[in-house]
Design a protein around this ligand. Structure first.
Ligand code: SF4
Ligand code: SF4
Ligand code: SF4
Length: 143
């Protein structure tokens, strides 16, 4: 049950729906990606060594040590913070989307549906929480 997805949305004031709906395991029937409506997604893979124990993989920003998104951003809107978080700054971004092309994990997403002030979105390592020494929303909820 990908309840970390619910916790992530709740932590970012995104439409999360009710927690019970996240017990619907049909979501694993297809591969999903993080997007503008949620910054992490869990996929389920077959375990060849033990078919009774499938493997669940959580996809999100890796907060890379040497982030390609930071290197690609010509205006410095992406930056690596002291606690490891890789963050995006709306005030600096010019919307070129180079970061989307540069990320080897295809993580940043763009709000194409917004004509005015579209955002780049991705996991922000719950920076508001982690900079204070708290756990990210998805971690705290699941523990
Ligand atoms: S660290 Fe925060 S933003 Fe990233 S996946 Fe977890 S809850 Fe979402
Ligand atoms: S957006 Fe991509 S390149 Fe940038 S830190 Fe996240 S995973 Fe790494
Ligand atoms: S879209 Fe924004 S954050 Fe991404 S590379 Fe361009 S200016 Fe930088």
């Amino acid at each position: 049950m990908p309840s970390c997805e619910w916790a992530c949305k709740e932590a970012h004031e995104l439409e999360a729906g009710n927690l019970e709906s996240y017990s619907d395991e049909t979501v694993f029937d297809k591969m999903r990606r993080p997007g503008n409506d949620g910054f992490t997604a869990v996929n389920r893979y077959e375990n060849i060594q033990n078919p009774n124990k499938p493997v669940n993989v959580k996809v999100q920003c890796m907060h890379c040590d040497h982030p390609a998104c930071v290197s690609a951003c010509i205006v410095g809107a992406f930056s690596k913070k002291e606690n490891g978080a890789v963050l995006w700054d709306t005030d600096m971004c010019i919307g070129c989307r180079y970061c989307m092309v540069a990320c080897p994990f295809q993580i940043p997403t763009f709000e194409y549906e917004k004509a005015i002030q579209p955002n780049i979105n991705k996991c922000d390592f719950c920076f508001g929480r982690t900079k204070e020494g708290l756990l990210p929303g998805c971690v705290e909820f699941v523990l």
